[in-house]
Design a binder for this molecule. Sequence first.
Ligand code: S6P
Ligand code: ZN
Length: 186
Amino acid sequence: MNEIVAPALRFEQQALAGTGIVKTERRIRDLGDIYFYRDAWKQMPGDELVYEVESYLPVADGTEGGLFLGITRIHPGKVGREYFMTKGHFHKIRNRAEIYMGMEGEGMLILMDEHRHTWAEKMFPGSLHYIHANIAHRTANTGNTVFSFGAVWPADAGHDYATISEGGFSKILVEQQQGPVLIDRI
Ligand code: S6P
Ligand code: ZN
């Protein structure tokens, strides 16, 4: 019997290929509650693609001890002065950490603790990021090309989007002459 088998999945041109990949797309119309510049958002075509995620979920959602893997690709663009970005979330089980790995393009990992203190880390091909437990996380594309990164997170972490959808992050990442800057959201 041959005990050497093919892998379940592989990276193909920065995307995940193989069986059991779940794909999610987020378009402008899905993201009305996260961008600061609402008037600019209203004027954009609703079907413009902002980001897509391919996830490999080899165990059932909620499995203690299991791991999930995802590739997120954020397209270049801005809503007003704010860069295209993900919804952002806390994990539903707050004490679940996550690892991000920059793959292509340039971006920013925006982090916020439960006291609403917000900061950010630059992301680029090869950058590695440990997102501690109890930290909300969101990513933004700060370049002119597709920005992609890999993520690995516990299968029982879950996602709490409501807290961010209602209160946002305390700072927004905007383009200024010198590049991306985090400013207070007033
Ligand atoms: C999951 C992980 C990522 C995000 C993805 C999209 O825990 O953090 O795979 O799901 O980057 O972001 P969001 O905030 O729309 O889920
Ligand atoms: Zn997460």
